[in-house]
Design a protein around this ligand. Sequence first.
Ligand SMILES: [Zn+2]
Length: 419
Amino acid sequence: MACFDAPPAEGHVPVYKLLGIEIDPWLSFSKRLDKVCVLGRTAFEEFFHMAESTGLSIPVEALEVPRRVEPAVLYGAELLALAPGAETRLNELQAAWARTILGARNDLRNVSARLSVRELGWPLRLGTAMILKTILFFNKILLLPDLHPVKTLLRLALQLPCESWASRARALMNDPRLASPIPTIFEWGEIPDGLLQVAAQDAAVRKNALRRYKVGVVLPLLTALDREAYLQASTKQLPGLDCRFNQLDDTQERFIHQLLSIGHKTSWRNIRLWWLIRITGKWPVPLFATGNCVTTLPCCSRCGLEEIALNHVLGQTCCDPAETSQMQSIFSARQTADELFDSICFVGQAEGSQLSEAGSESTPTRAGAVLPQDLAGLADSICLAKQADLEAVAFSGTGRRLARAAYGLWCNVRNYNGD
Ligand SMILES: [Zn+2]
């Protein structure tokens, strides 16, 4: 491969692959970034297709993506810090996964990337996970013996005025968006000097020190960065609910687990309806027909009022204007599992009936229907899921099967012990 401005010669390749990572002539890793984005899309599509065709519940889908899809994308992600726009593109990739799970894959304008990622319970954005890997690898090199060639190279690179991976990693640690700069493992001061000396010779000690460093300082600062981004996004005004997103709730961490326990009782379309409405404050048209979420529908199918927003139906003003809006409690995460189930069914019935009347191309809705629990059906579903799961693993090459517990959670079977 002819690097930089070297003239190409016969037999030279434009991109060279080393240890599974594509290297381009300008060492920018942009080719690798392109490849990672394609890989991320296909690995997710494979997983999503498998999950949907076998009836995997949405909360389980959300919990499995970080386990099965993310590791494939983050392989070698330390190097992506050099690729222009890597953080943004990785965040967009992850947001596309989230939107697909929520049921509005192409609605970039209405379905907020930050809110949808957070709603699915994914603690770190993908771009931030890349930064985390970069910083940890930089510090791993610092822990190597002084005469180690990689450490020598790092020292040299840091002394040069030009941009390099080392200077890029250093810049990420001093990112002005962080609450405070991230210190190196030596500057941190929480690990005794003696131990750091031993770490140079002993890989196990090095691994332990790095883990302490990650949990003690790097992860908290990066998590705070993502939390800040989320807090900013959560001031978003929800037009059909007449409030801001952060007025609905602030306890979304336990939320996905609550959904997990009721996901088997209610239809998945209902959950998606309820979820999209929560994030956008708009009518979730993509679940019924082609198109994006809209603020108003032309006409109410029950009372004939024109240009109705969500609160016309959810606030129960339709037909009985005297009743007050219970909107915030409907979408609150502070409710018990039973209340949550009732809310999801209520939203599903109210919105689903309006939207299926409105969209002429829409298919008949099963909104509000409670799926019966059929034990024989459950067993079939688990067998089918396992078969599809094995096929997906065989094709995707990630080598990751669903966690054993996931098969049980799938259909809410406790202590499922089959193999
Ligand atoms: Zn009405």
